[in-house]
Design a protein around this ligand. Structure first.
Ligand SMILES: Cc1cc2nc3c(=O)[nH]c(=O)nc-3n(C[C@H](O)[C@H](O)[C@H](O)COP(=O)(O)OP(=O)(O)OC[C@H]3O[C@@H](n4cnc5c(N)ncnc54)[C@H](O)[C@@H]3O)c2cc1C
Length: 656
């Protein structure tokens, strides 16, 4: 499972093979690519769609929108979630909003500007053609969701309201107070449930996918475990779609829901789906700082708060006065001072790294000195408490409930935390992975956000994938299969996959050690945060690989899983997920070690400008790193997809 050599070059261990990745990006001018592609790819005739069965794993925004759309088109869909209801998908947690190039405020936005901002915001590490398509369909998403009844905030004249998010100089973020994800999910969920009612979607709740099944190299189904009964079953289809979310919980402490994990994507990776840019994880600047060692979850305070909140720390590390008593002269508004044109609305990576820098210098605030202030005093003075309450009331309330501090009266305390994963399964322009017939949507794939995701663009991407991209592109691989039946679940490929799942569960149950899955998860998270987090060094990454391997060895020797397998048992669920996190964490470290440049939120200490900003190395690293599984005891092989920047010329990002 793990490489054990201590030789440094072997630790890096990537042999480059650029030949096998075809992104399928269509030819032609950027603005016409998607239109041309839709015309050129194969279609399935409306009356033939019912002859195809598509399995969709995950019913968050990406999965629910895909299930609703494909069923609406006529496909037979089976949807799977380990939650007891699709409404519990982590998408529900999204607060701030969703971007779209509608230009309602008439402040200069356009499809091209959203495309440009997203490529630049991702620090030139995303595929231009995908990002352009995302910007194009963004306008349709808002119409679609409004038509489905999502109660977006409105201006006095009735038009949908917009607010600003980091990395943009226009207001293009649509929102439903601080509950945008919840409202969008309810919209997508109700469309999917309509199809459940019509019999076109068969919904399986409390079912966890534990393996991808392939036959002759193509995806033909999945193996799941029923989380209530423990039963292991096979499910077969003409295509499989993974919409299983991100892997931020590899850090243990993150803003993700506790159940988020990498298992579905990782199991597919082990069956041939390349894993792209695993080291690209996003650290969000505005989270409530941890209050003690045993906390298991961090809470996000939406980025929208940076529209009105001013970020600062005391200039004096020994400051003891309450925030309100500290004079203007003694406050360090570090973002406003360093980045005058973007100020507090610099992108997330820049805001996070600067917060870390001031806290590392001893300027942090709060009992553990592990935060910075986000101060609304000026905004309240300027606009009145009622206005601020109308915009952010529920967020302020949430903050007060968690910290016991009233943010109307004293500044919030915030600090960066893991929030989103830009890495994920490699997909081509059609959202197909390197396993034919296997697609990945939403946060589970790597596409569109490069090395740093701009705020409010994950909801946009998940819904773009599910509503507007996959429904077109999936036909391309299905059309040639007309007249074929799905591989029967009695086929030996399903039987051996089921057996593999059962054997692994037995192995985890039988270790009989002394430490819980949670213990190992927390210890692993510390390694990932300390060495593969916001700031990385070559030596630190090498150390991380060795320490992850040692902890993993201890996991398989000293794990204790409580309870039985034929009933609800979160201990066995967690054990399997943590086992996969170990393998992922090691790959993250190798990927980070290989990428000897700073890009996006990934600050490599050895690669910085004279004034301490991130320094990219376009000559050597202007590519997507896609890793191929080689078996348990072998280092994975890296494949590179070269990135070309024809529309947005490569430049060093500057927000000054
Ligand atoms: C606190 C917070 C706030 C955010 N706010 C914003 C915001 O304002 N704007 C924005 O654009 N983005 C925001 N994001 C990011 C955004 O919410 C997510 O990226 C997005 O919702 C992910 O959607 P998804 O459909 O890809 O995955 P998810 O919503 O995570 O859904 C994953 C689905 O997969 C299922 N699943 C996973 N593994 C398995 C398995 N093995 N077997 C069966 N089912 C499985 C789960 O049950 C679930 O149904 C925020 C994120 C966080 C953490």
């Amino acid at each position: 499972m793990q490489e054990t050599t201590e030789d440094a070059s072997a630790l890096r261990g990537s042999s480059l093979n650029g030949s096998s990745l075809n992104s399928q990006v269509p030819d032609g001018p950027m603005a016409d690519k998607w239109e041309n592609h839709k015309f050129n790819i194969k279609l399935v005739n409306p009356s033939n769609k019912r002859k195809f069965k598509v399995l969709i794993v995950g019913t968050g925004l990406a999965g629910a929108s895909a299930a609703a759309s494909l069923a609406e088109l006529g496909y037979e869909v089976e949807a799977f979630t380990f939650h007891d209801t699709p409404r519990r998908a982590h998408s529900i947690a999204a607060q701030g909003g969703i971007n779209a190039a509608k230009n309602y405020p008439n402040d200069g936005d356009s499809v091209h500007r959203l495309f440009y901002d997203t490529v630049k915001g991702g620090d030139f590490r995303s595929r231009e053609a995908n990002v352009h398509r995302l910007a194009q369909v963004s306008v349709d998403i808002i119409d679609q969701m409004t038509a489905q009844g999502v109660p977006f905030a409105r201006e006095y004249g009735g038009l949908l309201a917009n607010r600003s998010f980091g990395g943009a100089q226009v207001s293009r973020t649509f929102y439903a107070r601080g509950q945008t994800g919840q409202q969008l999910l309810l919209g997508a969920y109700q469309q999917m449930m309509r199809q459940v009612g019509l019999g076109k979607v068969k919904l399986h709740t409390r079912m966890e996918m534990l393996d991808l099944v392939t036959k002759d190299g193509e995806a033909c189904g999945i193996v799941c475990r029923n989380l209530v009964t423990g039963e292991v079953t096979s499910h077969s289809g003409h295509a499989v779609v993974l919409a299983t979310g991100g892997y931020g919980n590899v850090f243990y402490l993150s803003t993700n829901a506790m159940a988020c994990n990498v298992t579905a994507a990782w199991r597919a990776h082990r069956k041939g789906a390349f894993f792209a840019n695993p080291c690209y994880t996003q650290i969000h600047p505005t989270c409530i700082p941890a209050s003690d060692e045993f906390q298991s979850k961090l809470t996000l305070m939406s980025e929208s708060l940076r529209n009105d909140g001013r970020i600062w720390v005391p200039r004096n590390p020994d400051e003891t006065r309450a925030a309100a008593d500290i004079s203007e002269r003694d406050r360090y508004y570090y973002l406003e001072e360093k980045y005058p044109s973007f100020g507090n609305l610099v992108p997330r990576d820049v805001a996070s790294r600067n917060a870390k820098t001031v806290v590392d210098k001893g300027l942090g605030v709060g009992p553990l000195k592990n935060g910075v202030y986000l101060d609304f005093a000026d905004a309240i003075k300027r606009d009145g408490k009622a206005t601020i309450e109308a915009k952010y009331g529920n967020l302020f309330q949430m903050y007060e409930r968690i910290t016991g501090e009233d943010p109307y009266a004293r500044p919030m305390r915030i600090y960066p935390a893991t929030h989103y994963t830009m890495g994920g399964l490699w997909v081509d322009y059609n959202l197909m992975t390197t396993v034919p017939g296997l697609y990945a949507c939403g946060e589970a794939n790597f596409s569109d956000h490069g090395a740093n995701r701009l705020g409010a663009s994950a909801l946009m991407q998940g819904l773009a994938d599910g509503y507007f991209v996959l429904p077109y592109t999936i036909g391309d691989s299905l059309a040639p299969k007309l007249g074929t039946e799905p591989v029967p679940t009695s086929d030996p490929v399903f039987q051996s996959s089921e057996q593999g799942v059962r054997d692994r569960i037995s192995r985890l149950m039988s270790i009989g050690g002394t430490k819980s899955p949670d213990y190992f998860h927390r210890e692993l998270g510390k390694l990932v945060w300390n060495y593969i987090g916001m700031e990385r060094t070559e030596a630190g990454l090498e150390k991380a690989i060795t320490e992850i391997q040692a902890l993993n060895e201890e996991f398989w020797r000293d794990l204790r899983v409580l309870g039985d397998t034929d009933t609800i048992n979160s201990s066995i669920e967690n054990a399997g997920r943590v086992a996969d996190f170990f393998e992922l964490a090691e790959l993250m470290a190798r990927d980070a070690l290989d990428r000897a440049e700073s890009c996006g939120g990934h600050f490599r200490v050895e690669s910085q400008t004279e004034d301490g900003e991130a320094l990219r190395d376009d000559e050597d690293f202007s590519h997507v790193s896609a890793w191929e599984w080689q078996g348990e005891d072998t280092i994975q092989v890296k494949h590179a997809e070269e990135l070309a920047f024809e529309e947005v010329p490569l430049s060093q990002r500057s927000y000054k």
